[in-house]
Design a protein around this ligand. Sequence first.
Ligand SMILES: [Zn+2]
Length: 432
Amino acid sequence: MTALKDAMQSDRRYYEPKLQTMPLEGLYVLQAQRLARQLDRIWSTPILFFKRKLEAAGLKRADLQGLDALRSIPTTLKAELRKSEEDAPPFGDYRGAPVSAAVRLGASTGTSGRPTLILWTRKDLEVDYAASFRGRWRWGLRPGMSLANAHPFGMNAGGWHFSHGIEGLGVLNIPSGPPVGAQHIDDVLEVWRRLKPDMYRLFGNVATTYSDAARKLGIDPISELNLTTAGDHPSEQYLMASSGLEALPLLGSACDERDGAHLAEDLAIVEVMDRRTGVPCGHGERGNLVVTVLEKDNFLLRYDLEDVVRLNTKACPCGETHRRLFYEGRVRDIVSVDGHEVLPIDVALILYEFPEVSTPSAEYQIVRSKTETAALRVRLEYDPARLNDTAGAARRLGDRFREKLGVTLAIDWVERGTVPRFAYKAARVIDA
Ligand SMILES: [Zn+2]
């Protein structure tokens, strides 16, 4: 908490200036020291899963020296953690701390199979919160301010982490959970009306849901609640990663440059790798997010989160030295069309160039076939009051998709309200 005390004393630009502006050479030395400590623990604790894995790759502790050694370590996928949990139930043998030392449990979403369990010791939580504080500070949150959020508080949601990351900063946290019916919405609106929070953090359609409900009650969302719904442009996705909870807090948030989220590279080693070749991706190239957690008791070594990201390796004018990351989407949401890989964000960014299909929001789903197809099929909502020439719009959109993504677009026009709305994360890809 020294960092918080220091930060409160002067309204400084960075939450932890020394760490966040550390020259890269120093940062790499720190990473190497911290990596060595985690590698030691694999043999000394021991952490059987990783010990087995490294030895199967012909690696001994002595072989692994310096940051370059990382490249020789095989990556780990969620399916392997799942198997470890099945073979040594319930927690598997990949934990870095005894289960009795854990104080919180989380679960992955399970959309790609049986959910895996995440454990945090007190120290693990402190590491995550320390990283969160930096991120929230970048948002402009300061002790004494208030923030309303509608994060879900389930096992696989970030609500607990998010709330502690706010409260630990000295900010008044106003958690409502996602809207669950008219009475709940009215109750939440009443609290917001009385408190007029300084900031909101609402996912997906939640801000719109509340704004619409407020207007029905005769409350002006902007002047009376301080609630704006301007922030749902798809590029907002680039302001923060939305990866698994195993790594999420360490992936940081964007600074005022809004050109990628600054990582916490003193707390994690982040690699971006071509998922087919394993070759590291260069500046701006899309690849899989691979994270090595440096400071937690329960750490993961070269964990491939099966998320698609790209790095911004240019020096940031804001003065923070840690590299920046763009979160592009999930590997399982990749749609292969005519030799091109398309993610929902690619579709969304183009749709938002066309106000006639993106006002007040673009609502769409990509329909993926089992086999690679010649055209990208998109179910797209339209409002006949706003768009009467769908054929013309299809042509304009088609031209832009071909130009920007190199793919042919096939639109299934559907009425407004057809595509399901989500309070948390939208499912933008459906399998035909
Ligand atoms: Zn920056």
